[in-house]
Design a binder for this molecule. Structure first.
Ligand code: CP
Length: 306
């Protein structure tokens, strides 16, 4: 059973809890192959999707996961901040309406923790600022485990804007806990201070990071938040860091390429590599529904609702 009522980050999860979620996802995977892609497990339970910043994959896969488990889903379209309401007041409003699980994405690191402290409902962090995005890391770990048969001992390269990416931080914690050898490749402005202390190898070239990699995870440069200012120019980033076919050739021939979030073609990966990665990305996106079903199911079980 999961130890906390909430899923706020990978850093605080024990290895057994990560494995429990991945194992549960494996059991639930066949639901999406059924003619009727549904289980009654969360019938009568209410889940609220509260997204303060844009999302395609996470938001929709939580919606799909809720529907597949027969939960009632409230998609909060108009943001309460538009009317000046604080996160805590919004949380208490949701609590009064009997919401069991809140899925929250917020631009501020720590917002889901604040929410979790103020309501009895379970809170799932769907990405908070530059902090964590635990379900994305679980999705990536699940996708790798299904394709490679395990994670321990694999060489996984994380590329791109690690400093500002909540998914990359969660990936790092998750993969290291599961025994992968993690290398990071990015310019120094995109690497958080002290990253090597967590047990990964930090490089400032893509070539060194991807050398003999079994898996490469490319991270989005979030142009919408002005993170291109970390670079002299996007053209220079593309020239020196983008995952192109020449750099990809340094990895193992059967290398798996994953990318969480919307791809900037020609920035973090070239269009050719993005197209080559597409079969893996389709698996990653499909796993997004399965793994989020597992998280919802296990949190509901912990609440005694399953
Ligand atoms: N991986 C991820 O968070 O993607 P979205 O921004 O599309 O949800």
């Amino acid at each position: 059973m999961l130890k906390s009522k909430d899923l706020l980050g990978i850093r605080e999860l024990e290895v057994e809890e990560i494995e429990l979620i991945l194992d549960q996802a494996e059991k639930l995977e066949e639901v999406s192959t059924r003619t009727v892609k549904k289980l009654p497990a969360l019938r009568g339970k209410i889940v609220a999707n509260l997204f303060y910043t844009p999302s395609t994959r996470t938001r929709i896969s939580f919606e799909r996961a809720c529907k597949a488990l027969s939960a009632d889903l409230i998609n909060i379209g108009q943001l309460p901040t538009a009317l000046g309401e604080t996160l805590t007041d919004t949380a208490l409003t949701l609590q009064a309406m009997g919401v069991d699980i809140v899925v929250v994405r917020h631009h501020l690191a720590g917002a889901p923790v604040q929410l979790a402290r103020n309501i009895g409902a379970s809170v799932i962090n769907a990405g908070d600022g530059a902090h964590e995005h635990p379900t994305q890391a679980l999705v990536d770990a699940y996708t790798i485990r299904r394709a490679k048969g395990g994670i321990e001992g694999l060489k996984v390269a994380l590329l791109g804007d690690i400093r500002h990416s909540n998914a990359a931080k969660s990936n790092l914690f998750c993969l290291l806990k599961l025994g992968a050898q993690v290398t990071v490749g990015a310019p120094s402005t995109m690497i958080p201070e002290g990253l090597a202390d967590f047990g990964c190898q930090v490089f400032h070239t893509t070539e060194e990071a991807v050398d003999s990699a079994d898996v490469i995870i490319t991270t989005r440069v979030s142009l919408e938040y002005g993170n291109d200012k970390l670079l002299p120019s996007l053209r220079e980033y593309s020239r020196f860091y983008s995952l192109n076919t020449e750099r990809l050739a340094l990895a193992k021939p059967e290398v798996m390429i994953l990318h969480s979030g919307a791809i900037n073609r020609g920035v973090e990966v070239t269009a050719t590599v993005a197209d080559r990665a597409r079969p893996y990305l389709q698996k990653q996106i499909a796993a997004g529904v399965t793994v989020r079903m597992a998280v919802l199911y296990l949190l509901a079980m912990r609440r005694g609702a399953v």
